[in-house]
Design a binder for this molecule. Structure first.
Ligand code: A2P
Length: 273
């Protein structure tokens, strides 16, 4: 049975969701979303900039899973933040997805104007068309600035986190604020070498699980919401088959020891998009 987390506004989020970054629009995305929902996933995480919201909506409809039984996230892109288009961009996302609400709407990056975007998200939240709102790629100082100016605490911060770059200090800070962490590039990202690390294969062999399953399980056991991406139905199924084993404390520590402190993706304090 899949695990869930309760966000700070009472919304319940399934802990494993399908990520669709770098999943091409069209059949690839529609098939991946349909395969995930058929395999038991009840959580899909997209973004305007991924360019696949229409196909995400298509996959959801094809799966036959009722909208109310699943958790859907999308994100406000940087250009729309800078152009102060928060509310219009939200409407456009809903239209592409073919839904009348999302479960979670996020500020994608702390781009110039994010403070006003947070005001827009609060209005959207008040309207009921986003059941929860949050941020992504916010560092501690962004959260501190936000808290000074707003009574609404983000429900989540979606950040890079994997065994290679665990981001644990930020996660611990977020926990003190009641903000749940969502991990992007949880498997080390596309083109990464994490999954070929022999440590993961060795641990996996003990449980009859693959390196990817070990890493997903590691995220679950540290209380993080994990968004693995795959375009392959077999891997999508495999990545959800993680609720029938528990990593020992020693194995959790062995996975954590893979931390290099080096990011795989962009630095939220120095990005140029
Ligand atoms: P693919 O989409 O070709 O399956 P992240 O979620 O950290 O962004 O990493 C996803 C990367 O890991 C993608 O390149 C994806 O490739 C690959 N991947 C996802 N699931 C698995 C799996 N179970 N086994 C091996 N590779 C996987």
């Amino acid at each position: 049975i899949q695990s869930t987390i309760m966000l700070n506004n009472g919304t319940v989020i399934p802990q494993v969701g399908l990520g669709v970054f770098q999943t091409p629009d069209g059949e690839t995305t529609a098939n991946a979303v349909e395969a995930a929902l058929t395999a038991g996933y009840r959580h899909v995480d997209t973004a305007m900039i991924y360019g696949n919201e229409r196909s995400v909506g298509e996959g959801i409809r094809r799966s036959g899973v009722p909208r109310g039984d699943m958790f859907l996230t999308t994100k406000l892109w940087n250009d729309d933040i800078r152009a102060r288009r928060g509310k219009a961009a939200f409407e456009e996302s809903l239209e592409r997805l073919g839904v009348d609400y999302v479960d979670l709407y996020l500020i994608h990056w702390p781009a110039d104007g994010w403070q006003q975007a947070w005001d827009d998200l609060q209005e959207i939240y008040a309207s009921g068309r986003a059941k929860a709102i949050g941020v992504s790629n916010f560092q501690q100082h962004h959260i501190e600035e936000l808290s000074k100016n707003s009574d609404v605490t983000p429900a989540v911060d979606q950040i890079e986190s994997s065994p290679q770059f665990d981001n644990q200090e930020l996660i611990d800070f977020l926990a003190t604020k009641g903000i749940a962490t969502e991990a992007w590039s949880p498997l080390g990202g596309t083109g990464g070498n994490l999954l070929s690390d022999p440590t993961l294969a060795k641990i996996g062999a003990k449980y009859g699980k693959s390196p990817a399953q070990v890493v997903i399980r590691w995220h679950i056991q540290r209380g993080v919401i994990v968004l693995p991406k795959s375009t392959h139905a077999e891997r999508i199924r495999q990545n959800f088959d993680v609720f029938d084993f528990v990593l020992s404390d020693a194995d959790m520590a062995a996975v954590s020891a893979l931390n290099t402190g080096k990011r795989n993706g962009a630095d939220p304090d120095n990005f140029d998009f």
